[in-house]
Write a protein that binds this ligand. Structure first.
Ligand SMILES: *Cc1c(COP(=O)(O)O)cnc(C)c1O
Length: 392
């Protein structure tokens, strides 16, 4: 999402920090996946941005949803999403949550351990379960690697166990790591999944679903493969490795790539200072108020309103709260002239920003606004500096 006149006008008129979203991007992202990955069923990973407007839009478009907790299930049900569109993809579930999901009609459950299979068999008997394989998370900016999934042999034995306990051993899932730049990682994971299909189907276990997880990237400071490029590799690999599965179902769980480019995070400079030779800039939002992913040095493109052509220097950029963890970047290039009140645009920040935001230090979490709610008059559009009408 670009810094358009409406973005500029809102940045001048609304209290910062806030996240500005444009739902038309979400819609385009949804169709981009359907157009480039064959026979796929989309489960939006709600944790990327769970705003009701996003959920409602995707529900209306026909999307399904990947959920991780009772809270997410409740939220979706309250928005009119039916339980047959939910997949409980978190392999770490409370028994109470499993019982609840089963009672409301959720059919799909993920697992990567024997104990999780036992919990599901006891409290959601007969459900469809899929086993998650571990990936290295290499070439991704936010690897999920070790915490989730297990090796191929172990997934085989877990699914066999599920079958023994009367569950429907349904499929295999993986996640290549969030913001993954390398298309061959999907290829590798599908190949591993196909070993599981071969082994279990030879034993008469009717495993029939591959879940491609999330991981598709959003444009920040590095080049990214397009959905088409990723889709071409996925289609080709599934054709090659899984064509023997005549009843194959294909799931995908995009989170970041569904909403990332649909948002701009807007913050403002509230202090500039010097410590020895180091120059510091403090913004009114930091890691506790929307920019959490920067703790692992996740790199956003930052645009400083009106100063993009100024010469740049190295600064430390930090947030407003009284905690030193609240440092966004130790070293980042910003305009030399940056000063109080300058607007900072974090581009394509619709995913994993507001969702993580807290009210730490009594500084309230950023609002989310939607471009669709604002209309600019022609003069506002041209001058880009007047008030604006909110059309709610
Ligand atoms: C977070 C998550 C996703 C979404 O990942 P992205 O990298 O944001 O696309 C998908 N599936 C599961 C199980 C997840 O936990």
């Amino acid at each position: 999402m670009q810094v358009t006149p409406v973005v500029r006008t809102l940045a001048k008129n609304l209290e910062t920090p806030f996240l500005l979203m444009d739902l038309s991007y979400v819609k385009d992202n949804y169709y981009d996946i359907l157009n480039h990955i064959n026979n796929v069923r989309v489960f939006y990973a709600v944790k990327a941005n769970s705003h009701p407007r996003i959920i409602s839009l995707l529900n209306a478009l026909g999307s399904s949803f990947d959920v991780a907790s009772r809270g997410e299930i409740d939220k979706l049900l309250s928005l009119g999403v039916t339980a047959d569109r939910l997949s409980f993809g978190n392999p770490i579930k409370k028994i109470e949550d499993i019982k609840y999901a089963y009672a409301v009609g959720v059919e799909y459950f993920a697992a990567d351990s024997e104990m999780e299979i036992e919990k599901i068999a006891a409290h959601a008997p007969g459900s469809k379960v899929y086993g998650r394989i571990m990936t290295t998370g290499s070439d991704s900016d936010w690897p999920l690697s070790k915490k989730f999934g297990t090796d191929v042999e172990h997934v085989i034995s877990i699914l066999r166990y599920a079958d023994n306990l009367g569950l429907d051993a349904y499929g295999v899932s993986f996640h290549v790591g969030s913001q993954n730049y390398n298309v061959t990682n999907w290829e590798k994971a599908i190949k591993e999944a196909s070993e599981i299909f071969k082994k279990l189907r030879a034993e008469g276990i009717n495993i029939r679903m591959i879940n491609l997880g999330g991981g598709m990237p959003v444009k920040h400071i590095k080049d990214i493969p397009s959905v088409k490029e990723i889709g071409d590799v996925i289609n080709k690999t599934i054709e090659k490795e899984l064509s023997f599965v005549h009843n194959l179902e294909i799931f995908i769980e995009p989170g970041r790539s569904m909403v990332g480019n649909a948002g701009i995070f807007v913050s403002q400079v509230i202090l500039r200072s010097r410590k020895g030779n180091e120059q510091w800039v403090y913004a009114d939002a930091g890691v506790f108020h929307g920019l959490m992913e920067t703790i692992e040095n996740f790199q956003y493109e930052i645009i400083v309103e009106g100063k993009q052509d100024d010469k740049k220097e190295v600064f430390t950029l930090a947030g407003p709260s009284c905690d030193s963890v609240d440092t966004i970047y130790d070293k980042v290039m910003l305009p030399k002239t940056i000063g109080y009140g300058d607007i900072l645009y974090f581009i394509n920040a619709g995913a994993y920003t507001t969702e993580y935001a807290t009210n730490f230090n009594g500084i309230k979490a950023p609002n989310i606004y939607f471009v669709e709610d604002f209309v600019l008059t022609e003069s506002e559009y041209l001058n880009d500096d007047k008030g604006l009408e909110q059309d709610l």
